[in-house]
Write a protein that binds this ligand. Sequence first.
Ligand SMILES: Nc1ncnc2c1ncn2[C@@H]1O[C@H](COP(=O)(O)OP(=O)(O)OP(=O)(O)O)[C@@H](O)[C@H]1O
Ligand SMILES: [Mg+2]
Length: 315
Amino acid sequence: MTHKLSSFPRPFIITVGVPKGGANKTWTTLNVASQFGLWGYDVLAIDTNAQHDLYKDWHDIALDGLWPRFEVIWHQPFDKNDEQAPLLDLTPHAHRQFIFYDTGQYYQLKTTRWAWMNCHALILPVSPNMDQLGNFENGIETYHALPGKKGPIIVLPCQAKVLKNSKAQERFQDILPKFEKMGCLVPKRANGEFYGQRDMVPLSEMGGLFTNRWMFAEATSGGALKRHSNDFILRVQLNIAWIRGHLESVYGWFPGPNLPPIDTSNREEMLRTLRTEYIKQFNNPESHLGNARRFQDDEAGERAKKIRTGAPETG
Ligand SMILES: Nc1ncnc2c1ncn2[C@@H]1O[C@H](COP(=O)(O)OP(=O)(O)OP(=O)(O)O)[C@@H](O)[C@H]1O
Ligand SMILES: [Mg+2]
């Protein structure tokens, strides 16, 4: 694959990768892919993790009758003989505007390695856990050492400590310039200062409440509706907008979106639109949700049918 800087590549491939488990890869893929979709882009996310967390989260959102504005497919990294599976054929997805790869922690896996080698940008989520610093550095060095022309490494600081005077957070902020020296794009304010605690994606105390990683996830607890705060969502979106700005500075302006962008500042209105779009997707045989073969027998399909026909939900 060649990176043409004069015209925006299509599909534009973004890989989310860290050579470490439990390091926000799926969280980042899900939320960045969804935000790109909310901006109106035609987005596919590929779940290459054997646990299929991304696929399960997407399915969980679909169970609530919502369309997160991207399609997902999963690619099993191993075949039934425990051998590494062949690479995914992307030909049927060539029309997509953006393809996101949620990779497993082992870049030695064929599929992860391909996604690292062939992406237009690698997003490296980092968090204020200094015992993980070696893994982040290892990821950066590995990416640079892979053959071929490379897109940028975009560092996304996640799970910033919310307490004031957190030593871990201070140390984390001190370390950001080091990532820049290693050749990564690191978020900065307009005045050139590196992002501080208030700018980063914070650690959400609500995280454990929800059955999926979506920033718009909801749950009922003690009879009350629980959501991530508007402040949390704004900070996530600020970081995703920063990523977009950098991609545009390297590759040129994003193309025009395929779908109407959705204003997320009015959450009720946004959810209403995503419910309507979910029903449309369900009726579209070319969409994942409309693929009756895949969904006809499962719970999501049953629930989707009820929403579509207006039948009351039971249980
Ligand atoms: N900002 C946040 N606030 C609170 N919890 C978060 C935040 N970001 C991610 N998490 C949680 O951190 C956990 C690890 O994230 P995630 O599953 O994305 O990691 P991963 O790198 O994909 O892991 P794996 O290697 O198992 O695939 C998840 O439970 C996720 O919900
Ligand atoms: Mg994961």
